[in-house]
Design a binder for this molecule. Structure first.
Ligand SMILES: [Zn+2]
Length: 175
Protein backbone atom coordinates (compact mmCIF):
# COMPACT_ATOMS: atom_id res chain seq x y z
CA UNK A 1 0.00 0.00 0.00
CA UNK A 2 1.20 3.52 -0.77
CA UNK A 3 2.29 5.63 2.15
CA UNK A 4 -0.36 8.25 1.34
CA UNK A 5 -3.15 5.67 1.23
CA UNK A 6 -1.99 4.20 4.50
CA UNK A 7 -2.01 7.65 6.08
CA UNK A 8 -5.51 8.38 4.80
CA UNK A 9 -6.74 5.02 6.07
CA UNK A 10 -5.32 5.73 9.52
CA UNK A 11 -6.98 9.13 9.50
CA UNK A 12 -10.35 7.51 8.74
CA UNK A 13 -9.76 4.92 11.48
CA UNK A 14 -9.17 7.72 13.97
CA UNK A 15 -12.31 9.55 12.79
CA UNK A 16 -14.29 6.32 13.07
CA UNK A 17 -13.16 5.80 16.67
CA UNK A 18 -13.84 9.45 17.48
CA UNK A 19 -17.35 9.48 15.99
CA UNK A 20 -18.32 6.08 17.41
CA UNK A 21 -17.42 7.28 20.89
CA UNK A 22 -19.15 10.63 20.39
CA UNK A 23 -22.35 8.98 19.14
CA UNK A 24 -22.48 5.82 21.23
CA UNK A 25 -20.14 6.29 24.21
CA UNK A 26 -17.65 3.72 25.51
CA UNK A 27 -19.60 0.85 23.94
CA UNK A 28 -19.42 2.57 20.56
CA UNK A 29 -15.69 2.95 20.99
CA UNK A 30 -15.29 -0.76 21.75
CA UNK A 31 -17.35 -1.75 18.72
CA UNK A 32 -15.32 0.57 16.49
CA UNK A 33 -12.02 -0.85 17.77
CA UNK A 34 -13.22 -4.40 17.16
CA UNK A 35 -14.37 -3.56 13.62
CA UNK A 36 -11.08 -1.83 12.82
CA UNK A 37 -9.18 -4.96 13.82
CA UNK A 38 -11.54 -7.17 11.88
CA UNK A 39 -14.38 -5.97 9.68
CA UNK A 40 -17.43 -8.10 9.00
CA UNK A 41 -18.29 -9.22 12.52
CA UNK A 42 -21.73 -10.37 13.64
CA UNK A 43 -23.70 -9.06 16.65
CA UNK A 44 -22.71 -12.20 18.58
CA UNK A 45 -19.03 -11.90 17.73
CA UNK A 46 -19.02 -8.24 18.76
CA UNK A 47 -20.67 -9.18 22.04
CA UNK A 48 -18.02 -11.84 22.61
CA UNK A 49 -15.09 -9.55 21.77
CA UNK A 50 -16.28 -6.56 23.81
CA UNK A 51 -17.85 -8.51 26.65
CA UNK A 52 -21.00 -6.40 26.37
CA UNK A 53 -24.44 -8.07 26.54
CA UNK A 54 -25.98 -8.79 23.14
CA UNK A 55 -28.93 -6.42 23.74
CA UNK A 56 -26.49 -3.58 24.43
CA UNK A 57 -24.53 -4.42 21.31
CA UNK A 58 -27.70 -4.40 19.20
CA UNK A 59 -28.80 -1.02 20.56
CA UNK A 60 -25.37 0.47 19.94
CA UNK A 61 -25.21 -0.99 16.43
CA UNK A 62 -28.64 0.46 15.65
CA UNK A 63 -27.54 3.89 16.87
CA UNK A 64 -24.37 3.79 14.79
CA UNK A 65 -26.20 2.48 11.73
CA UNK A 66 -28.85 5.20 12.00
CA UNK A 67 -26.05 7.76 12.02
CA UNK A 68 -24.73 6.11 8.87
CA UNK A 69 -21.22 5.21 9.99
CA UNK A 70 -21.95 1.47 10.03
CA UNK A 71 -23.69 -0.74 7.54
CA UNK A 72 -24.50 -4.43 7.55
CA UNK A 73 -24.68 -7.25 5.08
CA UNK A 74 -27.34 -9.88 5.63
CA UNK A 75 -26.56 -13.52 5.13
CA UNK A 76 -28.60 -16.61 5.81
CA UNK A 77 -26.80 -19.19 7.90
CA UNK A 78 -27.12 -22.52 6.09
CA UNK A 79 -27.00 -24.62 9.25
CA UNK A 80 -29.35 -22.75 11.55
CA UNK A 81 -31.46 -21.02 8.90
CA UNK A 82 -31.05 -17.77 10.85
CA UNK A 83 -30.25 -14.47 9.24
CA UNK A 84 -26.87 -13.14 10.31
CA UNK A 85 -25.78 -9.52 10.06
CA UNK A 86 -22.16 -8.74 9.32
CA UNK A 87 -21.13 -5.23 10.32
CA UNK A 88 -18.75 -2.90 8.54
CA UNK A 89 -17.62 0.70 8.87
CA UNK A 90 -18.48 3.05 6.01
CA UNK A 91 -15.39 5.23 5.36
CA UNK A 92 -17.11 7.68 3.03
CA UNK A 93 -19.93 8.43 5.45
CA UNK A 94 -17.45 8.71 8.29
CA UNK A 95 -15.57 11.36 6.35
CA UNK A 96 -18.76 13.18 5.39
CA UNK A 97 -20.17 13.23 8.94
CA UNK A 98 -16.86 14.47 10.28
CA UNK A 99 -16.74 17.23 7.68
CA UNK A 100 -20.35 18.23 8.44
CA UNK A 101 -19.56 18.47 12.14
CA UNK A 102 -16.39 20.36 11.50
CA UNK A 103 -18.19 22.79 9.21
CA UNK A 104 -20.77 23.36 11.94
CA UNK A 105 -18.04 24.09 14.47
CA UNK A 106 -16.31 26.45 12.10
CA UNK A 107 -19.54 28.32 11.49
CA UNK A 108 -19.99 28.71 15.23
CA UNK A 109 -16.42 29.94 15.43
CA UNK A 110 -17.20 32.48 12.70
CA UNK A 111 -20.15 33.83 14.66
CA UNK A 112 -17.96 34.01 17.73
CA UNK A 113 -15.28 35.76 15.70
CA UNK A 114 -17.76 38.37 14.51
CA UNK A 115 -19.07 39.00 18.02
CA UNK A 116 -15.51 39.10 19.26
CA UNK A 117 -14.49 41.74 16.73
CA UNK A 118 -17.45 43.92 17.54
CA UNK A 119 -16.45 44.09 21.19
CA UNK A 120 -19.43 42.13 22.38
CA UNK A 121 -17.57 40.39 25.15
CA UNK A 122 -16.64 41.51 28.61
CA UNK A 123 -14.17 39.96 30.98
CA UNK A 124 -13.66 39.92 34.73
CA UNK A 125 -10.03 40.93 35.37
CA UNK A 126 -10.04 38.95 38.63
CA UNK A 127 -11.68 35.67 37.60
CA UNK A 128 -10.62 35.87 33.95
CA UNK A 129 -14.08 34.70 32.88
CA UNK A 130 -15.70 36.05 29.72
CA UNK A 131 -19.32 37.19 29.50
CA UNK A 132 -21.47 38.10 26.54
CA UNK A 133 -22.65 41.70 26.30
CA UNK A 134 -26.17 40.66 27.32
CA UNK A 135 -24.95 38.82 30.41
CA UNK A 136 -22.71 41.75 31.33
CA UNK A 137 -25.61 44.17 30.93
CA UNK A 138 -27.89 42.01 33.03
CA UNK A 139 -25.32 42.13 35.82
CA UNK A 140 -24.77 45.91 35.54
CA UNK A 141 -21.28 45.21 34.20
CA UNK A 142 -20.20 43.56 37.44
CA UNK A 143 -18.77 40.07 37.73
CA UNK A 144 -21.51 37.77 39.11
CA UNK A 145 -18.83 35.79 40.98
CA UNK A 146 -16.60 38.37 42.66
CA UNK A 147 -18.44 41.65 42.02
CA UNK A 148 -15.51 43.43 40.32
CA UNK A 149 -16.29 45.75 37.37
CA UNK A 150 -16.18 43.97 34.02
CA UNK A 151 -13.99 45.40 31.27
CA UNK A 152 -14.36 45.01 27.48
CA UNK A 153 -12.53 41.86 26.37
CA UNK A 154 -9.65 42.18 23.95
CA UNK A 155 -10.46 40.58 20.62
CA UNK A 156 -8.77 37.22 20.17
CA UNK A 157 -5.99 38.08 17.76
CA UNK A 158 -5.52 35.62 14.96
CA UNK A 159 -8.89 33.93 15.30
CA UNK A 160 -9.66 34.76 11.67
CA UNK A 161 -6.39 33.16 10.61
CA UNK A 162 -7.16 30.01 12.57
CA UNK A 163 -10.60 29.73 10.96
CA UNK A 164 -9.19 30.21 7.47
CA UNK A 165 -6.47 27.63 8.08
CA UNK A 166 -9.07 25.09 9.21
CA UNK A 167 -11.21 25.80 6.15
CA UNK A 168 -8.20 25.28 3.91
CA UNK A 169 -6.96 22.17 5.66
CA UNK A 170 -10.28 20.37 5.39
CA UNK A 171 -11.16 21.71 2.00
CA UNK A 172 -14.32 23.41 3.24
CA UNK A 173 -13.69 26.92 1.96
CA UNK A 174 -16.25 26.82 -0.85
CA UNK A 175 -18.98 25.09 1.11
ZN1 LIG B 1 -14.91 38.04 38.96
Amino acid sequence: MLAEEEKELNRIRRLFIYLAKKLAGEGGLQIASALINQGGLTDEQLSEITGLPITNIRNLLTTLRNEGILYNIKEKDMNSGWTLYYWFADPLTIKRIFKDRLRESINKLRVLMKLNQEGNFFICPECNIKFSKTDAENNNYKCPICGVDLVPAEPIIGLGKIVNKLLEKYNLATK
